[in-house]
Design a protein around this ligand. Structure first.
Ligand SMILES: [Zn+2]
Length: 103
C-alpha cells in the first residue's frame, strides 16, 4: 500500500513517459500484461496544487475498467479503492493510448 503523502515536483525522480496537456497527470511507468496494463504515475492534488499523489493502477483495456490500484491520497487511505486520481490516470492513458503504444 502506498503511504499517505504528497510529492513536490522536485521529489519526483522518475522520468515521465507522458505528461498530460494540463500538466495534472504524469505517467512514468507502463507495463503490459497478457490482458491488463500496470500504470504508474503522479496526479496533481486538488487541494494542494503544488503537490502530487503517487498513483498505481491495474487497468483492463478491453473494458476500460480499473481493476485495482493504490494511491497516496487521503481518500484512498480512508476509503480504499477506487479514488478519483486512479480515474484520471486511466483517462489520460486512454486519451493517449495510440501514441503510447507506438513507443
Ligand atoms: Zn487518490
Amino acid at each position: 500500500m502506498a503511504d499517505r503523502r504528497l510529492f513536490s515536483l522536485d521529489e519526483i525522480l522518475e522520468k515521465p513517459i507522458l505528461v498530460s496537456k494540463n500538466k495534472q497527470v504524469r505517467i512514468y511507468g507502463i507495463e503490459s500484461g497478457i490482458r491488463n496494463i500496470d500504470l504508474k504515475g503522479y496526479v496533481r492534488s486538488d487541494s494542494r496544487g503544488d503537490y502530487f499523489h503517487k498513483v498505481e493502477i491495474d487497468y483492463l483495456p478491453s473494458s476500460k475498467h480499473v481493476l485495482s490500484g493504490t494511491c497516496s491520497c487521503e481518500s484512498y487511505q480512508f476509503y480504499g479503492f477506487p479514488c478519483k486520481h486512479m480515474e484520471r490516470i486511466r483517462n489520460v492513458y486512454v486519451k493517449n493510448q495510440k501514441r503510447l503504444e507506438s513507443i
